[in-house]
Design a protein around this ligand. Structure first.
Ligand code: PRP
Ligand code: URA
Length: 219
């Protein structure tokens, strides 16, 4: 896919990231390692995705003199994982910017229609005034990410960045066309979706792999 026509979509290009995503794809990677990899990939991608967050200057004193220097204001930033798999990315993002609040949006894909079904939503108060980083490792059809953005918009959220790990061309197209103003950071763009709307080659069901809900012979 030529994603260059989607100016809002950024593929984070770094060998450290690609190496970790390959480990994630391997079906023999055990649950504990998989969960750790999701966290580490979130840190590497988060470093890029958080590049444009605002800072404010504060007065500090070095051993030499007083000076005005930039700091991040964590209370202006909210991480919102899409349950379940997005939860795996929260710790990594939180290591980059400790002290941010976390909202939760619960969506699952209907097995037949592949449409997202909402089952939970708990967002911090005054989220409408905050900058939101929406987290979900998988962008397949795009239905879940689009559904989550609709929910955030209904709470008045204006500034959203979506961070995923593996995306399908179909999901990139659907999301970027629905929300050309929302920046997307992905670790990789895969080939296609299969007839069950799984990403190929992908890594399988990310929620199951993070939480060990499907038996892995190496666990
Ligand atoms: C997965 C994944 C995304 C969604 C992506 O969640 O974590 O939320 O699928 O697919 P889409 O782009 O086609 O919407 P799933 O619905 O399997 O729920 P789970 O995280 O609870 O397993
Ligand atoms: N959700 C997943 O967890 N994996 C896919 O391949 C597609 C959607």
């Amino acid at each position: 896919m030529d994603i260059s026509k989607y100016k809002s979509v950024h593929v984070v290009d770094h060998p450290l990231l690609k190496n970790k995503i390959t480990r994630m794809r391997d079906k023999n990677t055990p649950t504990n390692e998989f969960r750790q990899l999701v966290k580490e990939v979130a840190i590497l991608e988060g470093y890029e995705a958080l590049k444009r967050i605002p800072t404010k200057n504060i007065e500090i004193e070095t051993p030499i003199e007083k000076t005005s220097q930039p700091v991040i204001v964590p209370k202006n930033i909210v991480f919102v994982p899409i349950l379940r798999a997005g939860l795996g990315m929260v710790d990594g993002m939180n290591e980059l910017v400790p002290g941010c609040s976390v909202g939760h949006i619960g969506l699952y894909r209907d097995e037949v229609t592949h449409q997202p079904v909402e089952y939970y939503c708990k967002l911090p108060s005054s989220i409408g005034e905050k900058e939101v980083f929406l987290l979900d490792p998988m962008l397949a059809t795009g239905g879940s990410a689009i559904g989550a953005v609709k929910i955030l918009r209904s709470y008045g959220v204006k500034k959203i960045t979506f961070v995923c790990i593996i995306s399908a061309p179909e999901g990139i197209k659907a999301f970027a066309e629905a929300y050309p103003d929302i920046e997307v950071f992905t670790g990789v763009v895969d080939r296609e979706l299969n007839d069950k709307a799984y990403i190929c080659p992908g890594l399988g069901d990310c929620g199951d792999r993070i939480f060990g809900t499907v038996v892995n012979d190496n666990d």
